[in-house]
Ligand binder design. Structure first.
Ligand SMILES: [Zn+2]
Length: 550
């Protein structure tokens, strides 16, 4: 708790609410009182109104659902900001729409300026363009509407880019250009580049692209912040940051422009960064609770889509391939040991069952050398595909699975090809098995991989359907979270995953006054209405940080 709160009237009263507190000792309330950014009361209207003084602001919630402020448990804050700052093509439903969005930028932007976009995916388009090469569109339409501005549009996967003619001219690309190892310049049947460059071939443009500077960093920060507020996110676990990002966060705090509370995982692959932080130890913001650095991000494997996830048995759709480790176990074991010695948490990315087993083995071995390590709340980020034998090990070792329910919605339809029926049923996105075994699940979206919407992720958690509502009974319905479990995964469990359950994650006297108010009661409305829910108010430290238009 945040210590004793001086007596006197409340600064803010929120009354007539349908408040789900995520506090088991007092699960429901009608009203909340706030003083100095801290909750001083949670209970009924009558009692709350006794705290009303002359200057007390009173907000009538009109029966709406209010919850503890939602916590994004795994996202990329600046990545999200730049994604918003650049052209976001993730919602485009055709190639024509992508082109039209670029055309808007050509018309409003400066001549000759780069147009950078991200997030297009041909499988999300309603109609498929006529000229496709190797499944990808070609540059002609784009080049026609943007003859002078170079255009660079990254695929949603991040593994390919579509550019226009101007960009290729600037980079000196022609039919004789070579991609080098590990990438491809896709050519049409006449041998001309189609505008698609994959993997390392994307690097042919890197020296020509505009560099991020202080101004664009701050703009991206603002965009990310506003997006969090609009979506009801009051705290954010930033999954992998270096010194420039931390410097930026600090600068925005000093300017008085920070609001969303950041919990930073350091980029464990940056050895200079790690040496610095191992020597200084964690930085825990006990005053404003805006920026805490006490965690380290490491990677065990890659992603399932590109078959980089590391599996125990080969891929169902490629029998000579198991995926691979992207770090040595030795490296993760060393960093884990030093983390325990210096007071840091470790969060390791693991998708495939082999990567998860290996990570659990490493953690177990480190905990046997450092028994106090069991209290370090080590996490596995994603924990998507588990061997059934490994499921109970999370709870047994006190390791927290940080899982993004929305990935199940987006990926489950094709994950079946990669893993096959048995592995999907036994070990993919097994939320209820983990919860039943006693594990505490942290939810989130991995934004900008997925949009940050907690409503969509909540829907995925409790229905296990795609956002189009398929299949009607949900994928592996026995693994659905209950609504209460889903709420906890976004609030109190996420707070626990950052050692912050004493100060946030539930509507409890003595905690930070961070709340999210929804247009509909997602805790009780029929499933198929959940996605129509909007965030109507986001409150951080007792201040209304966002309010939707009525
Ligand atoms: Zn991530």
């Amino acid at each position: 708790m945040l210590g004793c709160v001086s007596s006197g009237p409340a600064d803010l009263l929120l009354i007539n609410g349908n408040i789900h507190t995520a506090d088991n000792t007092n699960p429901f309330a009608e009203a909340v009182g706030v003083r100095n950014g801290i909750i001083i009361f949670a209970g009924d209207n009558g009692q709350a109104l006794k705290l009303k003084g002359e200057k007390t602001e009173v907000i009538d919630l009109e029966g709406k659902l209010m919850t503890p402020g939602f916590i994004e448990g795994h996202g990329h804050f600046i990545g999200m900001g730049y994604n918003l700052l650049n052209l976001d093509l993730s919602e485009a439903s055709s190639y024509e729409e992508v082109v039209a969005r670029v055309q808007d930028q050509v018309e409003t932007g400066n001549p000759g300026e780069w147009i950078i976009g991200r997030g297009w995916h041909q499988n999300k388009w309603d109609q498929i363009p006529e000229s496709l090469h190797k499944g990808f569109p070609t540059h002609q339409l784009l080049s026609a509407i943007s003859p002078d501005n170079p255009v660079y549009l990254r695929h949603a996967s991040g593994h390919a880019v579509l550019v226009n003619k101007k960009a290729m001219e600037m980079a000196g690309i022609d039919e004789d250009s070579q991609s080098g190892e590990g990438g491809e310049i896709i050519l049409d049947p006449d041998g001309n580049p189609t505008g698609i460059f994959t993997e390392t071939a994307m690097g042919l443009f890197s020296v020509f692209l505009p560099e991020n500077d202080t101004e664009s960093d701050e703009k991206a920060y603002q965009m990310a912040l506003n997006n969090c507020l609009k979506e009801g996110i009051t705290s954010f676990h930033d999954a992998g940051a270096g010194m420039p990002a931390i410097g930026l966060y600090q600068r925005m705090i000093n300017k008085g422009e920070a609001m969303v509370r950041l919990y930073v995982m350091l980029d464990g692959s940056d050895s200079a960064l790690m040496e610095h932080w191992f020597s200084t130890g964690p930085e825990i913001d006990t005053v404003d609770h805006l920026l805490t650095v006490r965690s380290i991000k490491t990677y065990m494997d890659g992603a399932l889509g590109s078959r980089g996830a590391w599996l125990i048995e080969p891929y169902s759709d490629r029998s000579d391939h198991w995926g691979y480790a992207v770090s040595s176990s030795d490296f993760i074991e060393k960093i884990s040991g030093r983390a325990i010695e210096t007071g840091f948490q470790v969060c390791t990315h693991a998708i495939g069952d082999r990567a998860n087993r290996e990570t659990l083995d490493i953690y177990e071995s480190v905990f046997s050398r450092y028994p106090e390590g069991r209290n370090s709340r080590f996490r596995i980020e994603h924990a998507q595909h588990l061997d059934p034998e490994d499921i109970p090990r999370f709870a047994r070792l006190g390791v927290l699975p940080a899982m993004q329910a929305i990935h199940m919605s987006s990926d489950r339809p094709w994950a079946l090809d990669r893993l096959g029926e048995r592995r999907i049923v036994e070990g993919a996105y097994v939320w209820q098995d983990l919860l039943q075994s006693g594990a505490r699940i942290i939810n989130g979206t991995d934004v900008p991989v997925e949009p940050i919407s907690p409503v969509a992720c909540f829907y995925a958690s409790v229905t296990r359907k795609t956002l189009k509502g398929f299949p009607p009974e949900g994928y592996e319905p026995e693994q659905k979270m209950t609504r209460e479990q889903a709420l906890r995964s976004y609030t109190i469990e996420a707070a626990y995953g950052a050692f912050e359950e004493e100060i946030k994650g539930s509507v409890t006297k003595g905690k930070l006054a961070d709340f999210t108010v929804f247009s509909q009661d997602i805790m009780s409305i029929p499933e198929d209405e959940i996605l129509n829910t909007r965030v109507v108010m986001t409150i951080i430290g007792g201040t209304v940080a966002y309010e939707s238009d009525p």
